[in-house]
Design a protein around this ligand. Structure first.
Ligand SMILES: [Zn+2]
Length: 371
């Protein structure tokens, strides 16, 4: 098993400036670093190195996405505006998405890193890939940056798989704790891209990600939202994957599966209220590897999204990549015993009720819609 790691130091140089986490800088609160900083992601890379896992990974150098590739998802006006602001002193891509000088080039490299991941798997250079890219992408819409996301990395990569590589069906499984609204918007009427988002009910964006939003026109039934109640733990996540995600993927028969891999459903995250653990992510990864082996010859990529506990995300990232690579480094998550014993880790009845509703949506997915 060879696992690729897409990484570039420039990802860490995307400058979100000061604010007070997500509050705007101003005279009401003392400025502090922005919460979407390089720290969490760099610390994942550092733990890969110190644990020794990095020696087992094939490091893949990303290329920038071309303007043509970005324009498959975004408007020209939007792309031009980001470039102009980035060439000057920086700006805000829309909503809660500050960026500094040079972030345009870095955002192109993030989208291109996800394209690099797609190509590496389709060309069988590696078995699977984790793209540790930054800035994240799943909130970015056609003409609007949102939630720290400038370009829609995963959507751009899936369009590459469809348009440039000729795949008929691809699937995105978004386990970031926030709704993958950008990916939903990009493919809402497209039955060739199955989009599944597992998120905390009505967290961010507000009023986004309802279970009743299932797609439109030809894409009806090919967008599945699973808005889990706040407080959901490992039991709820594993049940969601076993009872909704896996059946939907088996029905859809994608030729490539992409995980939008936010690590902000962890019990330690300040931007959400879920209770996932590093071992929970390991279990979800195992489930995804198994279903990918069955339906698409193991073609699985993970593209990094959010994750705002710099202390804890390294353990989650390490667990995911250990599982993908089939290697255990022996580095243990020191918080795992404590987090695993927290009340509410098993699936609760009100969580199961949501999962049962979503399971009905998974039953309606058919591969033949695109044949
Ligand atoms: Zn998130």
């Amino acid at each position: 098993m060879t696992t690729g790691l897409v990484w570039d130091e420039l990802y860490m140089w995307h400058d979100t400036g000061t604010s007070a986490w997500v509050l705007p800088p101003g005279l009401t609160v003392q400025p502090l670093a922005h919460i979407e900083s390089a720290e969490g992601k760099r610390r994942i890379k550092n733990l890969l190195e110190v644990s020794g896992l990095l020696e087992h990974l094939a490091v893949l150098k990303p290329r920038p996405a071309t303007e043509e590739e970005v324009l498959r998802v975004h408007t020209k006006d939007y792309v031009d505006r980001i470039r102009r602001d980035s060439d000057a002193l920086g700006g805000d891509a829309g909503e809660l998405t500050p960026f500094g000088h040079g972030s345009y080039e870095i955002a192109l490299l993030a989208a291109g890193g996800c394209i690099t991941a797609v190509d590496a798997v389709l060309d069988e250079k590696v078995d699977n890939v984790y793209a540790l890219v930054r800035p994240p992408g799943h909130h970015a819409e056609r003409d609007l940056g949102r939630g720290f996301c400038i370009f829609a990395n995963v959507s751009i990569a899936m369009q590459h798989a469809r348009v440039a590589r000729g795949l008929e069906r691809v699937a995105v499984v978004d386990w970031d704790v926030h709704h993958g609204n950008g990916t939903e918007h990009a493919f809402y009427s497209d039955p060739s891209v199955l989009t599944i988002s597992i998120h905390q009910d009505n967290n961010f964006p507000p009023a986004s990600g309802a279970i009743t939003d299932t797609g439109e026109a030809a894409g009806k039934g090919y967008n599945i939202n699973i808005p889990l109640p706040a407080g959901s733990g490992v039991g709820a996540y594993v049940a969601t994957f076993e009872q909704v995600v896996v059946p939907a993927l088996r029905n859809f028969e994608p030729q490539l599966i992409c995980i939008a891999s936010g690590l902000d459903a962890s019990a330690m995250d300040p931007l959400a209220s879920m209770m996932m653990t590093s071992d929970g992510y390991r279990q979800l990864t195992r489930i995804m590897l198994d279903v990918a082996a069955d339906v698409c010859r193991g073609r699985l990529i993970a593209c990094h999204e959010g994750g705002y506990s710099p202390a804890y995300v390294p353990y989650c990232g390490l667990a995911i990549m250990e599982e993908m690579a089939g290697v255990r480094t022996g580095v243990d998550d020191p918080l795992l015993p404590l987090l695993s014993m927290m009340g509410g880790q098993p699936v609760q009845p009100h969580q199961q009720a949501v999962i049962d509703k979503a399971a009905k949506l998974a039953e309606g997915v058919k591969a033949k819609a695109t044949r």
